[in-house]
Design a protein around this ligand. Structure first.
Ligand code: LLP
Length: 408
């Protein structure tokens, strides 16, 4: 991003999330074009960055939405995503969520257990509707990624085994209130190897073929999300390689390919900007204390994830290693360890790279810290897309309760 960060910080202050909307549009187009020649739907994984402006931006380009709560479904609808492009996934949907999703007439509910299917059938019956469903298959493939974001093994809580999936499809086909239109798998996130995806797609496509033989006609082949991105110097999967692997698996099948990328669309379209508060040394170890923290960007603390951190100015001065830490009262509150940085002064800016995915969405109010502002950059112009959270915003729901029982 070629931007005047100082001017933006003067306007919006820090900590600040900045998103390059042109980059995000480019990512969408690149992926969509890789699927050219086949019917495809790119359903953006809202969980990766659920700001309405981002969802709207992608919806305007034709994207759908992959949602894991009714809240996300409502966000997608509010942002203008067409209901027939919305998918509702997740292992634990509440009755009200199922009901509301059915009433909204979304493309399909992704089911992850037999018990859930029975619940959806009941809700659909009560509403006098037919629920379009897909079943998440767990192909028992090791995606070779971080264990916390690996989902395609039987030891993970996600999806159902092939045999169970088959039984569920047969049941759904007979039900008056279920319409099995799709099949789904998602083996993990930040996938940098193609083989696990190829293998999983083959297994699931074979299941589609065997379902077809018993007259169950799957229309949507949902390959999940998970395409890895570059945080450091990793080699990852290109859209063409990805699409190629899917094409190969579905050879001979007349299906619409659905994919649910989150990180791929937004991770490298976002930066997190923070100010230096102080420098200090403890027994020769250098710490740079900043005004951003683990409540803003938890990935380093939670997964030991790497985010490149750059000083905005003085980049030619002699750099030494430092831990970049926030003001939160935990040793795990760091955004980077052993980061080579020039000497820094109060109010110097640091840029945390690749922060567009699972940054703001995983932010919290820990230590009563207001969540950061979010700003979009579009064709060189900046637009606020979420105001900085104030102290009043944070305590509003506490003050909304009756407090008289504590008053003297
Ligand atoms: N579809 C399903 C069913 C998913 O569970 C996920 C992510 C996605 C799509 C999108 O995956 P993506 O394309 O973004 O890899 N908080 C973690 C990532 C958790 C991902 C959870 N599921 C992180 O910060 O790395």
């Amino acid at each position: 991003m070629n931007i005047n960060l100082k001017a933006l910080v003067a306007k919006y202050d820090t900590p600040l999330y900045l998103y390059d909307f042109d980059y995000i549009a480019g990512r969408y187009t690149e992926l969509k074009e890789a699927f050219e020649g086949k019917k495809s739907l790119i359903s953006y994984a809202v969980k990766s960055n659920s700001n309405l402006a981002i969802i709207r931006h992608l919806a305007n380009l034709g994207a759908g939405a992959d949602c894991v709560s009714i809240g996300e479904v409502k966000r997608a609808l509010a942002a203008g995503v067409k209901p027939y492009r919305i998918i509702f996934s997740g292992v634990g949907k509440r009755d009200e969520e199922i009901r509301e999703a059915l009433e909204s007439d979304i493309l399909m509910l992704n089911l992850e257990s037999e018990a859930e299917m029975k619940r959806v059938e009941l809700m659909a019956k009560e509403l006098g509707k037919e629920a379009r469903i897909s079943i998440r298959v767990n192909p028992n493939i090791d995606p070779q990624t971080h264990p916390y974001i690996s989902t395609g093994l039987h030891e993970n809580k996600f999806g159902v085994e092939i045999d169970m999936a088959k039984r569920m499809y047969i049941y759904a086909k007979k039900s008056e209130f279920l319409n099995p239109v799709g099949i789904h798998f998602h083996i993990g996130s930040q996938l940098t190897q193609l083989d696990p995806i190829r293998e999983a797609a083959m297994i699931v496509a074979d299941l589609v073929r065997s379902l077809r033989r018993i007259d169950i006609d799957i229309k949507f082949f949902d390959v999940g999300g998970g395409i890895g991105v570059v945080y450091s110097d990793e080699r990852t999967i290109t859209p063409e390689e990805y699409a190629g692997a899917v094409f190969e698996a579905i050879k001979g099948l007349d299906v619409t390919i659905v994919c649910e990328p989150g990180r791929y669309m937004v991770a490298n379209g976002g930066i997190f900007v923070t100010k230096v508060l102080y420098e200090k040394e403890n027994d020769g170890k250098r710490f740079v204390i900043i005004d951003g923290a683990m409540n803003d960007l938890i990935r380093p603390s939670l997964y030991n994830a790497y985010h490149r951190i750059d000083a905005y100015e003085n980049t030619n001065e002699h750099k030494t290693a430092a831990d970049v830490v926030g003001p939160i009262c935990e040793s795990g509150d760091f955004l980077g360890k052993n980061v080579y940085l020039p000497p820094l002064e109060h109010n110097d800016l640091l840029v945390v790279q690749s922060a567009g995915a699972y940054g703001f969405t995983m932010a919290s109010n820990y230590n009563t810290r207001g969540r950061a502002a979010e700003v979009a950059l579009v064709g060189g112009e900046d637009h606020c897309i979420r105001q900085r959270e104030s102290f009043e915003d944070q305590i509003r729901l506490e003050l909304a309760c009756d407090t008289s029982w504590q008053e003297k």
